[in-house]
Ligand binder design. Structure first.
Ligand code: PMT
Length: 403
């Protein structure tokens, strides 16, 4: 995959700080849009002295963040959500002041807070007067940021706004996009692969308004889908959850286990390389759903609903293409139960999570899992974000592809 291809479908935060070069950020936003990115622009207070938010709003068709505490924002935690969803953060132009803040981990405005709250790679394109760039304080900050994994593009040598000639010019837009593309393409070990992911808790209808379901939020499955996409895979997400559709992913919405079976089978038949069944599929469904809303009957204190087993999706698709990764949600005897499912459902791998823990399993942002494989391997992972769990399991899936 080329660097330019890697930008398509990605969520890019474009941070703009206050410099005479701030106006050039409009071109960067425009080119990112043309490359197929979804662009969230964050302006520092001093950037707004040089360029207005209206410019970026017109270019990106999205709200522009100008303040950490924006009274007009519908979501007071908007910056945290943007930080979480970002595939990369580009700061262009970046002033000496912004770099000093990042070095010291300050979070006193929207941009510095988003960078601190995000796990996404950061690309910094500095622009400033050449004495500011050459100053030891700036150079020490740049060295520290590089050591911590921040990426830099420029600055270039040339004529500066002050009239002086020296190092401090913002690099051209094309160089910034090229550097960003390389960063995004760096870990593309799933390029060319089709990964199918299931997510959420299925809903089995009792009548037109009532369902039998479970506590799955879909977070673990969505984390898998986004991780696989970011590693270059074509992803089909079969979901019973109601989370927002992730960019760059084919989303197939389903409700019941039977619908999920049909959608997963279709996706696997579309040249799938792997299936990750993170969904919590109902084991039982009402034998027949009532056609009309069931009424309360005077004098009736109990209701019996006859249930039957749902189809076991993993067992039914075991003959279809692709490596099969299951999950085991257990509240007791984690390893024995998980291994029984690994063997019974003929899986390549199973990810066991103890869903009775308060910081793992359903609905929370973290998980603590044990990966078991069909060769008898066992890997106990510490408490991680669901995204980190996804990336670790995908590392093992890549191992199976190459091994
Ligand atoms: O969605 P979150 O809130 O982030 O929570 C994540 C999670 C706890 C739901 C997830 O980590 C998880 O454990 N998913 C699997 C839950 C589950 O249904 O486990 P199980 O042990 O009942 O099923 C074992 C495997 O068989 C699972 O991969 C399941 O998707 C699959 N299955 C189950 C029943 C069925 N009829 N068909 C299936 O394919």
């Amino acid at each position: 995959m080329s660097g330019a291809d890697a930008i398509a479908g990605k969520r890019i935060v474009l941070g703009v700080s206050g410099s005479i070069a701030s106006y050039k950020a409009a071109d960067i936003a425009s080119k990112l849009m043309q490359a197929g990115a979804l662009v969230d622009v964050v302006l520092t207070r001093s950037a707004q002295e040089f360029i207005t938010s209206l410019t970026f709003r017109s270019l990106t068709h999205r709200l522009v963040i100008t303040d950490l505490f924006d009274a007009n924002s519908e979501d007071p935690l908007e910056h945290v959500e943007i930080a979480r969803q970002a595939d990369a953060i580009v700061i262009a132009p970046a002033t000496a002041n912004v770099m000093a803040k990042l070095t010291h981990g300050l979070a006193d405005d929207a941009l510095s807070t988003i960078v601190l709250a995000s796990e996404a790679p950061v690309l910094i394109a500095p622009a400033m007067e050449h004495h500011m760039w050459a100053n030891t304080a700036t150079q020490v900050n740049v060295a520290t940021l590089k050591e911590r994994g921040f990426n830099f593009a420029g600055p270039n040598e040339g004529r500066l706004a002050s009239g002086a000639v020296g190092s401090g010019r913002l690099v051209e837009t094309a160089e910034i996009l090229e550097a960003l593309g390389e960063i995004l393409a760096a870990n593309q070990d799933l390029a060319g692969r089709h990964i199918v992911v299931s997510a959420g808790g299925t809903q089995e209808p009792i009548d037109p308004v009532r369902v039998v379901t479970n506590r799955s939020s879909g977070k673990q499955g969505y984390a898998f889908a986004e991780a696989a996409r970011d590693r270059g895979a074509r992803v089909t997400l079969v979901t019973a959850a109601s989370l927002a559709n992730p960019a760059g992913i084919k989303v197939v919405k389903v409700e019941s286990a039977r619908q999920m079976l049909a959608a997963v089978s279709d996706a696997l038949n579309d040249a799938a390389d792997a299936l990750v069944m993170a969904a919590a599929v109902a084991d039982w469904e009402p034998i027949s759903a009532a056609g009309q809303k069931m009424k309360k009957v005077e004098g009736q204190d109990r209701l019996t609903i006859e249930m039957q087993k749902t189809p076991d999706i993993l067992a039914q698709v075991s003959g279809l293409p692709g490596i099969k990764v299951g999950f085991a949600a257990e509240t007791e005897d984690l390893l024995n139960n998980a291994r029984a499912k690994l063997e019974g459902k003929k899986l390549d791998m199973i990810v066991a999570n103890d869903v009775s823990a308060t910081d793992a399993g359903f609905a929370v942002d973290t998980n603590r899992v044990v990966i078991l494989d069909k060769s008898g391997g066992q890997e106990d992972l510490p408490l991680m974000s669901k995204r980190e769990v996804a990336d670790t399991v995908l590392d093992r899936v890549c191992g199976l592809f190459s091994g």
